[in-house]
Structure formats: C-alpha cells, structure tokens
Design a protein around this ligand. Sequence first.
Ligand code: ARG
Length: 466
Amino acid sequence: MTLADQKQKLWDGRFTEATDAFVESFTASINFDQILADYDIEGSIAHARMLEKAGIIGKADLDNMLAGLGEIRQEIALNQFEWSVQLEDVHMNIESALTARIGELGKVLHTARSRNDQIATDLRLYLRDQIDLILQKVKQLLSGILDLAETHTQTIMPGFTHLQIAQPVVFGHHLMAWYAMLLRDAERLTECRKRVNCMPLGSAALAGTSFPIDRAYTAELLGFESIADNSLDAVSDRDFVIEFSACASLLMMHLSRWSEEMILWTSTQFDFIELPDRFCTGSSIMPQKKNPDVPELVRGKSGRVFGSLMALLTLMKGQPLAYNKDNQEDKEPLFDTVQTVLSCLTAFADMVPNIKAKKENMARAALTGYATATDLADYLVRQGLAFRDAHAVVGRLVALGIDQQKDLAELSLEQLKAECDLITEDVYQFLDIHGSVASRNHLGGTAPETVRNAITLARQSLNQNW
Ligand code: ARG
C-alpha cells in the first residue's frame, strides 16, 4: 500500500512508506483506550477554553470547537461513534472526527499540546473518578460491617492463631478487625487520590510549549488540585498508576484473606456462618452442595490485581526520560484492576451484612479448644505464681483435660488443686468464656461493652469523614 492509498495519519508528513498493516494494529491502543473518551473530550474542552483565554485562538473558533466536541461526545455516549484502528488511539480518533465536522479548525485544537500530556491527563481524570467510585463502595462495605458487628457484640466464638483455637472473642470484635483493615485501605486510596489529582497538561511532548498558556486556568476547569511542576516527569512517570495498583493490591489481599475465612467457615467442619443462597452456587453432580463461589472468585481475582502491580512496576523500571511508547502498556492492567476491585467490592458490600452467624456452633467451638487456658494462667499469676510456672501448671491441666475429654471448666476443684493448691473455688468464673471476654475491657479488647463502644465511634467517624 502506498502512502496515498492509506487513510492519512495525523503524523505522516515525514514518512515515505505506509505503515505496515501488522504494525498498525500492533501499535494501536484504540481497542482499550476508548474508555477514556469522555475524559479526553473533557480535557480538550478545557484546553480549548484556555487557548481562547490566552488569546491563542478566537472566540468564534472556540465556540465551533466546543460545539463539535459536544456532538462527538454525544455520538460516543450513544455508541454511534466509529472507532478506527488506523487512527491508532482515542486522541487521534477524536481529533479526526472533529476535523471531519468543523474542518481545518479541528487541527488547531492540538496547539500547545501533545498526546503525551494529553494521555497523562486523561488517565489521571479517569483514575480520580474510579477512586471515588471505589471509595463509595468501600464505605458501603464498611457500613455493612458495622451493621453486622452491632448485632454480634455478645456472640462468643473462638479466636484463632495458627488456625488453632486460641482465646474466646466476640464475633463483633472479629468483624471489627476486617473493618480496621478496610478503613486503612480507604485511607490509602484517599492519600493516593491527592497525588493522582495533579495536572500534567501544559507539559506538551516533554519540554513544555512556546505558547503563552495558562495552566492554572486549565487546572481550575478540570478540578485538579495541583499542577505538575516538571514537564519531563509529568509526561513520563506512571507512579500514580503504580501507587493506585499497590493500594488496590492491599485491598484485594484483605478481601482475599476474608474470603478464605468465609470459605472455611461455611464448610461442614467449621459451620460458623451461612452465606445468602444468592451468593452461592450448586454442583451439577452433587445435589447437596452449596458452594461459596463468590468468596472463592474474589480470592482468585486477587491474583490478577497483584500481577498487574508487578506488570506496571516492570513496565516502568527501565524507561529513560521522558515519554516512551512502553507507557501505552499501563492501560490494560490499570483498567482490569479498577474493574476487578469494583466488582469484588460490589459483591462484598451486599454479601457481608447478610452473613448469618451460627451462634451455637461458634459458642460450642469456643468451649472445646481450651480457649480459657490463658485466663487460668492469668488467674494463677494473680494468686502469686510467676507466669512461666503458671503456664506449666495450665499445660498439665490441659493434658489432663484432653486425657479425660473434659474442658478446663469441667475439671473438679480437687483435680485443679492437685496441680496447684493456690487454686480456689472462685477459679470457675475465669474459666467461663463469658467471663474471659468480659475481662478484656481495655481499648482494643474484645469485651462486649468495649466492642459496642468501638462500633459507635467507628460509625460516627465513618459518617463524618467519608
Ligand atoms: N496511546 C498512547 C499511550 O497510551 C498515547 C500517547 C502517544 N504518544 C506518542 N508520542 N506516541 O501512551
């Protein structure tokens, strides 16, 4: 194909040969970057207004540009826009459409701008919006956790370490641990948003522009809270994408851990909770099955988000300043991460408040694993024994319990005294799981009263700050 046969490129002035058909599709990004179209147009509108304000274009030209861009925006929204691979990316597709509509003037819009600062701007506008959507969903989930936790400040279950029964806790306290993790995720995303919300536009290709642009005005129009102060950095670094991806990975790591717990807890072996039927699926062969597919998928999907983080770090690490085409590879991992996180949060926000706790099973489990052994040791310390010695005494009593298939509270006073004569009748109140949780009433502890306060404070702060 000769150059004349080919659909004219916006940059082919110096070329004597048409682009190879394979190379054309290999280098094109339109199949994935078209989701940035609305941000691209928003950026172009602000840029055009700034050109007019700075006296670089006239008012009539601005009005024509705005009318053309508005029509294109509408066409894209209605899914009537025809995207072309020959035009490579979202920027050139829209610019060509503008020129087709308003003539030569369409080509003027790119004055004092480059696709390099344009794509960095589009991406930041897009990510800013997506972070807001994600934060909304996290807030919904956080509030759902509080609703559920509120109903379980008295529900005793075993707490685990090494997945072995450790000490009794209340289920509400356990839920508030997930709350704390997800709250930190929200804080991280809010921090990250500040750095995303910085405007690269005006950096042009890499060195800035010789036109008298007004960056503060464009930033104001686009709602950016700061303006990038180095043009080379602004067009090239994608650390904001990586930072978001790291925040998303941590969030997915938390959702995945929690998923794992739900999967264990819905098993016949644990049988601590029931998930709503609408979040589970059956088996095509085993009629009795109710599989926790949603948590399993969330656990599985964490892998692609972590993978994208690695892909993005690797993408960036070898790039000399300033913009390189490598950066086009930032989009698919980012878009996939955003979609994945949003869908996992959607599932969790609906599923979590509808978790049904099987209180009797939880309580029974708390009674079976010598969960109050530490309470007994603490009791002996208060009776005057050194902790290490107390630990040894209780260890022997646990061995006795295992041998006789009895919990510590079921051993007779004689049996207890045989190991240590400092033990008196009052010991039984410390061997009781209710007494055990109630005694941990310091800040951060699992006493029902403390947990109720923690939930109230969390609710207030959630409503005020998010
Ligand atoms: N599609 C490109 C990207 O995603 C847009 C910027 C292209 N700039 C260039 N000089 N080739 O990064």
